[in-house]
Design a protein around this ligand. Structure first.
Ligand code: COA
Length: 405
C-alpha cells in the first residue's frame, strides 16, 4: 500500500485590522448590497507597513512547527504574488526565524493565486520519495488593487502555512490531479506598476472556463468526481466566485446534455450544501491571493458539520494568467483536532475596525527607502512577529514582546 502524503497541519494568520464593507461601499457611493450580497464580502483585512508577507507567513507557520520538525523540514516553499524583493526569497527569512536546519532549501514560487498549489504539489512529491522528511509550504499575500478602483472590494491580506508529511492528520492528497495553462491577460502586474492591472469581468469568465475545462478533462479521464466528492473548495477572490463557477458548469452541462444525470444533480446539491461553510471565514477577510483556496479549506473544516473523516474533497486552484488545477484529498481521522480553532477565533474577535479615513491613510503609507536605520512600532498582537527594523535596505523581524512577557 502506498504511503499517504498530504497536509499534516494547517494554520491561518489574520491581520489585526479590517474595514467594514458596508462603510466602504457608502464611501464609494455604491449600494452596500453590491459588496455585501453581489460580491459577498462583509469585512476586508488591512495591513499597515509593519505587517508584510514575511511577518504574516511567519505568524501562520510558527504555531504549527514543533521542535522535532525543525530537523525534518527539507524545504521552505513560499508562494506569493506580492513580494517586496525581486531576488531574495521571502522563504529565507522564515527558514532563519523558525530555526529550520541549515541544509534545507528555501525559495519562492509565483503564478498569481495558483502558486501555493504548485508548492503543495512539489512538497507532496518530495515527501512521497522521502517519507521520513517534511516540507513547509507558506502562502502569504497582501491583495491590493488601489483605492476607489473596481477591484478595491476584492482586496484583503493574510497567510496560510501547511506542513506536509506522510500519514498526515488533515488531508491526504491523491497523486493524480488535473492542471491547465491558458496564456491570457486577466490580471498581471508589470514591474513598473504599484498595483496590478485587471480585466475584472474577463477574469471571472476565464476562471469559469478553466473550471469547466478541468471538470470536462476529469470526465474524459473517467474520474468520477460526481460520485466521490463530498465538497468542492474553490480559490475565492471573493466569496461569490466559486458559486458562479458551479453555476457556469451546471449551465454548460445543461446546454450540452439537455437534462442532468440524477447523480450530477445530487453532486451539485452536495457541493452547494457545504458552500456556506467554505466562505464563512473568507467573507470576514477578503482576498488573500495564493492562500485563498486554503483559507476556504480551513473554513470548511472548521464549520462543515456535514463532513466526516474519510470524505473526499476537491480543491480547485486558479491563478490569473492563467493556470488552474484540481486536486483531490481525503479527510483524515484527526482533522478537526489539529486545527488551531482557539487562535483563529481569538484573532477574528480581537480585530480592530478602521474608519475609511484610517484605512486610506494606512493604504497610502510607504516604508522608508532611504537606506537609513528605521525602527518600527508594532501593531500586531503580543507574541506575533512583525517588521521591527529596516536598516541599509534590509528587513528585520522579531516577535512583539510586552513588558510582562
Ligand atoms: N445588490 C445586490 N447585488 C448587486 C447590487 C446590489 N445593489 N449591485 C450589483 N450587484 C451584483 C451584480 O449583479 C453582480 O452579480 P453577478 O456577478 O452575480 O452578476 C455583482 O454584484 C458584482 O457586480 P458587478 O457589476 O459585476 O461588479 P464590478 O463590475 O464592480 O466587478 C469584480 C466585480 C469582482 C469583477 C471586480 O471587483 C474585480 O475586478 N475584482 C478583481 C478581480 C477578481 O477578483 N477576479 C476574480 C477571478 S480571479
Amino acid at each position: 500500500m502506498k504511503t499517504k502524503v498530504g497536509i499534516d497541519r494547517i494554520h491561518f494568520y489574520l491581520p489585526p485590522k479590517y474595514v467594514d464593507m458596508g462603510l466602504l461601499a457608502e464611501a464609494r457611493g455604491v449600494d452596500p448590497n453590491k459588496y455585501l450580497i453581489g460580491i459577498g464580502q462583509e469585512k476586508m483585512a488591512v495591513t499597515d507597513a509593519t505587517i508584510d508577507i514575511v511577518s504574516m507567513g511567519l505568524n501562520a507557520a510558527y504555531p504549527i512547527i514543533q521542535e522535532e520538525d525543525k530537523d525534518l523540514i527539507d524545504q521552505v516553499i513560499f508562494a506569493t504574488e506580492s513580494a517586496f524583493d525581486y531576488s531574495k526569497a521571502a522563504a529565507t527569512y522564515l527558514h532563519e526565524s523558525l530555526g529550520i536546519h541549515a541544509f534545507a532549501k528555501s525559495y519562492e514560487i509565483k503564478e498569481a493565486c495558483y502558486g501555493a498549489t504548485a508548492a503543495l504539489q512539489i512538497a507532496c512529491d518530495y515527501v512521497r520519495l522521502r517519507p521520513e522528511r517534511k516540507v513547509l509550504v507558506v502562502a502569504s499575500d497582501i491583495a491590493r488593487y488601489g483605492l476607489a478602483t473596481g477591484g478595491e472590494p476584492t482586496q484583503g491580506a493574510g497567510a496560510i502555512a501547511m506542513l506536509i508529511s506522510k500519514n498526515p492528520s488533515v488531508l491526504a492528497l491523491e497523486e493524480d490531479s488535473i492542471s491547465l495553462t491558458d496564456n491570457q491577460y486577466d490580471f498581471w502586474r508589470p514591474d513598473y506598476l504599484d498595483y496590478p492591472l485587471v480585466e475584472g469581468k474577463f477574469s471571472t469568465q476565464l476562471y469559469n472556463q478553466c473550471f469547466i475545462k478541468i471538470m470536462e478533462e476529469a470526465a474524459n479521464k473517467h474520474l468520477d468526481l460526481f460520485d466521490t466528492l463530498k465538497g468542492l473548495c474553490f480559490h475565492l477572490p471573493f466569496s461569490k466566485m466559486g458559486k458562479k463557477a458551479l453555476q457556469a458548469y451546471q449551465d454548460y452541462l445543461n446546454s450540452k446534455e439537455g437534462s442532468l444525470d440524477p447523480k450530477v444533480v445530487l453532486a451539485f446539491n452536495r457541493w452547494l450544501e457545504v458552500y456556506p461553510d467554505l466562505i464563512q471565514i473568507g467573507k470576514q477577510v477578503g482576498n488573500i491571493y495564493t492562500g485563498s483556496l486554503y483559507l476556504g479549506l480551513i473554513s470548511l473544516l472548521v464549520n462543515g458539520t456535514a463532513l466526516n473523516a474519510g470524505d473526499k474533497l476537491g480543491l480547485f486552484s486558479y491563478g490569473s494568467g492563467a493556470v488552474a488545477e484540481l486536486l483531490v484529498g481525503q479527510l483524515q481521522v484527526d482533522y478537526r483536532k489539529v486545527l488551531k480553532l482557539e487562535d483563529l477565533n481569538k484573532r477574528l474577535a480581537q480585530r480592530q475596525e478602521l474608519s475609511i479615513e484610517e484605512y486610506e491613510m494606512i493604504f497610502s503609507e510607504k516604508l522608508p527607502n532611504d537606506g537609513k536605520t528605521h525602527l518600527l512600532e508594532p501593531s500586531v498582537l503580543p507574541g506575533d512577529f512583525y517588521l521591527t527594523k529596516i536598516d541599509g535596505h534590509r528587513r528585520y523581524y522579531q516577535q512583539y514582546k510586552t513588558q510582562t512577557d
